[in-house]
Ligand binder design. Sequence first.
Ligand SMILES: NC(=O)c1ccc[n+]([C@@H]2O[C@H](COP(=O)([O-])OP(=O)(O)OC[C@H]3O[C@@H](n4cnc5c(N)ncnc54)[C@H](OP(=O)(O)O)[C@@H]3O)[C@@H](O)[C@H]2O)c1
Length: 164
Amino acid sequence: MIWIFAVDELWRIGYAGEMLFAIPDDLRRFKEITWGHVLLMGRKTYDALPVRPLKGRKSIVLSRNIHFSPDGVDVARSKEDALSMIEQKYAGEKIFCIGGGEVARMFLPETNAAHITHVQGVFTPYDTQLPDLTEKGFMLKEWSDLHVYETYRYRYAYYERNRL
Ligand SMILES: NC(=O)c1ccc[n+]([C@@H]2O[C@H](COP(=O)([O-])OP(=O)(O)OC[C@H]3O[C@@H](n4cnc5c(N)ncnc54)[C@H](OP(=O)(O)O)[C@@H]3O)[C@@H](O)[C@H]2O)c1
């Protein structure tokens, strides 16, 4: 499984259901990287999508709410349920964990790599944060040049889990 997120310098990602950043080039890149693959997300992240479900990709959405069953997505009622869908229905496919904080932390043990957009600065207010992957056994493998969009300064990074 692969994480894909945009974070600030303290790995903050969201506030009140919204992302902390809207950088068009980053959103285009997200679409290119995930196109044709499987997205795994929590119900709150699904609710925050501008278009539901995201086209050109298959979606697994985690929710404990039995009344939550939107068209065009697979709903998983537990982590085990999601993992069995991944193993059976989506065997051999590339799975991207796209959020949010709760689901990303839950699937960290299954995650081997991460595309992280690092936005300079510390953003407030915030209520959702990821762990720093370098403290969780991941190594920085790629680090892009600096990009600038309006007031945002950011770099694209790629991490992989350290092999023992
Ligand atoms: N910067 C970025 O790259 C980025 C990317 C994605 C999201 N975000 C932000 O992150 C925030 C949302 O993250 P979040 O951590 O609050 O929520 P989340 O992980 O998106 O969703 C949490 C929901 O997932 C469901 N869930 C969690 N564990 C489950 C389990 N074991 N079994 C079944 N269902 C389970 C529950 O849904 P029910 O309540 O329906 O049961 C829970 O309320 C938003 O602000 C969003 O904009 C940022």
